[in-house]
Unconditional design. Sequence first.
Length: 339
Amino acid sequence: MDRSSHPRSRRIAPVVAVAAAAALTLAGCSSSSGGKKSEEGAANASAGKATTPRMTVALVTHQAPGDTFWDTVRKGAEAAAAKDNIKLVYSADPNAGNQANLVQNAIDQKVDGIAVTLAKPDALKGVIGKAEKSGIPVVGLNSGLSDWKKLNLLEFFGQDESVAGEAFGKKLNEVGAKKVLCVMQEQGNVGLTQRCDGVAKTFEGKVDPQNVNGTDMPSVKSTITAKLKQDPSIDYVVTLGAPFALTAAQSVGDAGSKAKVATFDLNKDLIKSIKAGDIQFAVDQQPYLQGYLAVDGLWLYKNNGNYSGGGEQPVLTGPAFVDKSNVDKIGEFAAKGTR
């Protein structure tokens, strides 16, 4: 995008996106994964057609194979694309260099907008600059709240991971935890580091960080099990993603530990585990909303000149706690794969 038209290059008051959306009609979409086009998501979207010209938006994330968290992000993105007459092209790679190549592919395809996660922002800085020079607006979601403005992105939708971590630490104090194992499934991921650091900042006990290979779940399980056997004083295992919480609960049993498990993020199976008491609580950052707002934000920018937060402030989608007190209500939406 031209710097002269970027929101941080001139002072324009923020416009309420909802009002703009109400002034325009709704739409249908197609999506693809890894470059293979497929029609999906549209069948479950709201009925209606946009009168705005067809757009192509690339959603590029750092999803690791098998990480179901991103299925929810993608569903939100597909719902917005269906509404806004957008062809959504989804691709992902947990390797930052490969993710940068996927962004470059989107630039080469001359898409109308790019939504990208910034788990490792330094690796994406160059290619995001290329998108800007090509006149393609870029928004951030999920990871990269500390860096989106430095990289000159249009807007950002996600959770402040440091704030979420601090809230988590306070919650651990409330439940009487004394020693916590904080399991990080991807070394070097800025957002995950901020979560554990945030926990350590407010938690009055001791935090023991533990890196694991999140793409190898049997290894995750054995590592946590070994750690719990080695240190029986650990009374809480904190994981940074729903699948790892479910694995950690198995590790607790295998180790004969009395530790409890709490986590960041949700999925359908985790809801069941909270109800059963196997998982104590979770922090929900609303990934469906992140995907939805990122795609819808690009449509609003192209068709009505809107940018959420005025290009100066992020749109926060979390944190919110889910425990036995509210899990039944949240579970209704999680069962649909949208929460």
